[in-house]
Write a protein that binds this ligand. Sequence first.
Ligand SMILES: C[S@@+](CC[C@H](N)C(=O)[O-])C[C@H]1O[C@@H](n2cnc3c(N)ncnc32)[C@H](O)[C@@H]1O
Length: 257
Amino acid sequence: MVDENRSIHEFDFKLICEYFSGMERQGPGSPEVTIKALSFIDNLTNESKIADIGCGTGGQTVVMAEHTSGHITGIDLFADFIDILNANIKRLNLQNRVDGVVGSMDNLSFQNEELDLIWSEGAIYNIGFERGMKEWHKFLKKGGFIAVSEASWFTEKRPAEIDRFWKDAYPEMGIISDKVKQMEKAGYVPVATFVLPENCWTEHFYAPQALAQENFLKKYAGNKNAEDLVKNERHEAELYYKYKEFYGYVFYIGKKF
Ligand SMILES: C[S@@+](CC[C@H](N)C(=O)[O-])C[C@H]1O[C@@H](n2cnc3c(N)ncnc32)[C@H](O)[C@@H]1O
């Protein structure tokens, strides 16, 4: 039910949350890729402290919890996503090892050198890759790891249509070697970089959306915001299928120097 007193932005925000909250993931990725990225992290123990920043509903948080033994704090700006994460954690009896908290990635409340691992799948773009790499550095212990996935160009040049689309959506999107340099400049030794397989987009991100879109449109029939949201998501997916050789998600893993 729409509350008439709400601002249009709040309603948009609620709609976006609802659209994505029924999905296991809110960005491209997969359990296999989370496990692969974890295989490069070699300092974790029962005592380790891990932050999963921009965790969404926690698809990757749960996979991490199942493949590590330390304590994980999942942080997201959207309370509805954190509620879903916390309900899943309880259902899986992981509540002693995982906490979901509402917070913003540009105002984190960790102590300096508190964390052994900072994780962020498909979310660092909200603060910007370079800024996030720099600002989060202080929260890691020396020798601690950072692992983030980020939309990246595969080529220096690409067709104008896709270049325009992403410059508008995420002007900071760069080629892999530039991102690795930014990571080095921020004080990390690059440990691994790998491109996420296409199924992280097709099978794990766009296919579940296609299914949910029909129900969403039925529920919000005649609602222009909802229709525009679905239109945008469909357009982004079409562009991905057309231009996927030019860009994708890349995992960047570094060790604090
Ligand atoms: C593309 S989703 C990725 C979610 C999840 N990591 C995944 O891969 O499924 C980006 C997430 O960043 C969160 N987010 C956006 N701005 C944020 C901020 N300032 N602080 C924390 N989280 C934020 C969004 O709520 C969303 O859950």
